[in-house]
Design a protein around this ligand. Structure first.
Ligand code: SF4
Ligand code: SF4
Length: 66
C-alpha cells in the first residue's frame, strides 16, 4: 500500500456523465455509477491525470489522499 497517492475526485455538479474519463483510463480503474464516474479500484490508479485532461467540463481533479 502506498503511503499517499493522488486520486481523481469528481465534482458532480459539473460532470455531464459523458463517460470519457472511464473510456480513457489506461488501467480501467474508473467506472460509471449511474451517471457519475467513481473509482472502484483506487489501488490500481497510477495518478496519470489522463482522466483530468480529457474531461470536457473539467469536472475531475487529482487530490492527495491519506
Ligand atoms: S489518474 Fe489515470 S489511472 Fe487514475 S483514474 Fe485517472 S486515468 Fe485512471
Ligand atoms: S469525463 Fe468528466 S464529464 Fe465526462 S463522465 Fe468523466 S467526470 Fe463526468
Amino acid at each position: 500500500m502506498r503511503p499517499m497517492a493522488e486520486l481523481p475526485v469528481v465534482d458532480e455538479s459539473r460532470c455531464t456523465g459523458c463517460g470519457d474519463c472511464v473510456a480513457v483510463c489506461p488501467v480501467e480503474c474508473l467506472g460509471m455509477w449511474g451517471a457519475v464516474p467513481w473509482l472502484p479500484r483506487p489501488s490500481e490508479c497510477v495518478s496519470c491525470g489522463v482522466c483530468v485532461v480529457v474531461c470536457p467540463p473539467q469536472a475531475i481533479r487529482l487530490e492527495d489522499q491519506d
